[in-house]
Design a protein around this ligand. Sequence first.
Ligand code: HEM
Length: 161
Amino acid sequence: MRLPAALIGINETRKGRMSGYLWLKAVHIISVISWMAGLLYLPRLYVYHAGVAAGSEASATFKVMERKLLKYIMNPAMIASFVTGLALIWQLGEAALTMGWLHTKILLLLGMGAMHGMMARWRREFEQDRNTHSHRFFRVMNEVPTLLMIGIVILAVGKPF
Ligand code: HEM
């Protein structure tokens, strides 16, 4: 069965052309994918890191991986996600004020930002061989960005209210 073009967001008169808004949204989604890749992988590195002795060769390798992931991928990707997301809101103008899904999404984004901040703190603790958390703790923490991501994507795509 073929879905009507309007239902899947294709405007027949503008077929083949992308507006500035859609370009911005594409860059937003690329940024978000990069940020999420780090948010889902860094706590997994912490699970393994918590299982090796402080000062060991394995620990030194994890430190490099964690620092590079946070500094070169996650921090720039988070900034790009916020900048493009806020630019989309600016483009939406006053209409954004009435979008309940967007307000709920922003609430969940505060949680995502807090997770990013906590991951940066745990990285510094590992760096200075001061980690006190177990691998089980990081296993549980690993699920938090996953749950937030599921909520955010359903809200952004479904716009249920
Ligand atoms: C960092 C701050 C963020 C802000 C301010 C923000 C804001 C926005 C806005 C205003 C839109 C445009 C909605 C539309 O035109 O349909 C959008 C689209 C979208 N956002 Fe975000 N967002 C942010 C982060 C995220 C994150 C972390 C995710 C995923 C985990 C995400 C996933 C999406 C998706 C999938 C869309 C496309 C929705 C669609 O076109 O159907 N966003 N975002």
